[in-house]
Ligand binder design. Structure first.
Ligand code: HEC
Length: 190
């Protein structure tokens, strides 16, 4: 009798969690996600700072236009083909960064949580299938400088002109300090 009960419980556990993962694998996913997302953010942040200092918001924005994607790709390449990294947003500036599919659902949930006063954790992990994980690192407007190009950009007509011309469907303005801007997604295949 006991045996039957045990069997049923373990079967239920398996059904509830089709991709049971061990702690070791989860730890390694988190470690990789942290490392790759930090490398990307540092790379972008360092360059943005340098360009802002050298030429102000318009030069820095045009730098982002030509280089943000390339820099992201270079970090992506550095970690090999089992790992990829990108930025996503619900209100994207560059259409290539639009959140879609499962990423849209997860980012939208984060946005709702943040708007309800939840202090978001450093990361979320999605188990996509047996081999694939996605590590999400929420990105918020956490520096005043972000608002120069993602806040009320009308205050700077030249910048606003540049953005309108370069991104006719720009949705990434009107943010306030503390808003969720998007996420870094690191996809990890085991
Ligand atoms: C000098 C202007 C400028 C500043 C300052 C700036 N950004 Fe951006 N941001 C841009 C541009 C331009 C793009 C589009 C880049 C592209 O075309 O790939 C962008 C894209 C992004 C994206 C990718 C999603 C999308 O909308 O395409 C995120 C996320 C983002 N910025 C977050 C931030 C955060 C957080 C800060 C503050 C640390 C910040 N940005 C500061 C100009 C700026």
């Amino acid at each position: 009798m006991k045996k039957i009960v045990l069997l049923t419980l373990s079967t239920l556990a398996l059904l509830a969690n089709p991709y049971e993962s061990n702690q070791e694998e989860m730890d390694s996913v988190i470690k990789t996600g942290q490392e790759v997302s930090t490398t990307l953010l540092k790379t972008l942040g360092k360059n943005l700072k340098k360009e802002m200092k050298a030429g102000g918001p318009i030069a820095a924005a045009s730098f982002c236009t030509t280089k943000a994607y390339d820099l992201t790709e270079s970090v992506d390449k550095k970690y090999g083909k089992e790992i990829s990294v990108k930025r996503i947003s619900l209100k994207e500036r560059n259409p290539v960064n639009k959140a879609v599919g499962d990423e849209l659902i997860i980012l939208d949930a984060m946005d709702k949580m943040q708007k309800s006063g939840v202090v978001l954790p450093e990361y979320f992990v999605e188990r996509v299938n047996k081999e694939t994980y996605k590590y999400y690192r929420p990105l918020s407007i956490n520096k005043q400088v972000c608002l120069k190009c993602h806040g009320n950009v009308q205050n700077n007509p030249k910048l606003s002109n540049y953005l309108n011309k370069t991104y006719p469907h720009d949705k990434a303005t009107g943010y306030e300090f503390g808003d969720l801007r998007g996420a870094v997604v690191v996809t990890i295949k085991k």
